[in-house]
Design a protein around this ligand. Sequence first.
Ligand code: UT7
Length: 307
Amino acid sequence: MTARITGLGTFLPAETVTNDDLARRMDTSDEWIRSRSGIGARRVGGRTAQMATAAAAEAMQQAGLTADQIDFLVLCTTTPEKTFPATSALVADALGLRCGAMDLNVVCAGFPYGYVTAYGLMLTPGGPERVLLVGSDAMSSIVDWDDRSTAILFGDGAGAAVLERHPSQGELLAADFGVNGELAPILYCDLGDKIKMEGREVFKRAVRAVSRSVEVTLEKAGLAPTDLDVVLPHQANMRIIEAMCDRIGIPLERTFNVIEQTGNTSSASIPLAMAAADRAGALAPDRLVLMAGFGAGLAWGSVVIRW
Ligand code: UT7
């Protein structure tokens, strides 16, 4: 048994904040932000549940499924609406689902973790046949809009995928996960507070961790970097993506990126990149697709699948 992705959906809130908008309220510039991060604009004003619901509804529509046909919901999010209930319960209600639903928080690395969680559930005897996997984050709600070292980076958005059991298509070939909790102090957000980050340190550690993780995953799968057809890296900084590709030997053209328009949308960034790859016609059966996530923890995770 395998589990292939049969529907994708995305949602970005309407309000756009450009680099020039930011430069009007803090000491920064479009040139600085673009050259250091590759970001040109980001969306703000989103709510996690509402964005997740919109993206999920689109993915279900693309898969041709109604609410009663979904057997499980996994919602990856860093910005839950409440301490409890889980935000997935609110999304399930909005979509009319009555199946199991759970939140999963591995911050920016969430989506690869969510993918293997969904896949593993589907392999469980009597487990779900169709899983809705969503990444949704309202990072603008936890950004300090007076802190130029973080305000330039983050944005809101959601991306969703429907996974369905299939006899052969959509094979998970290998994965690698890890966390180094000693590095929690370089990127964190206390309850009720705003994001704190040592950018340069995160940059260095992230490149190292995600590159190693991808190498381990490729080794487990018996693949060379150039075998990969589609690479979906976490969208934190274009320079991190370039450094990762350079280190591993992945041609940069194989990566699909949305960061210029979205900034770092945490759990949503990989499914947003996946939807971009789909729009470009890059996701065809048998293509080798890599997802590579990293973020606060420091946590990392990479997965390679045969589409
Ligand atoms: O999902 C994971 C989440 N986080 C990340 O992946 C973030 C990883 N880190 C980064 O992306 C980068 O470190 C940043 C984009 C945040 C910063 O780029 P950098 O090249 O590492 O810059 P820096 O922090 O070393 O700062 C260089 C200079 C400093 O000035 P001095 O000390 O050289 O005079 C900063 O004060 O740039 C200054 N600076 C800015 N200048 C204009 C910092 N932020 C800004 C800004 N505009 N927004």
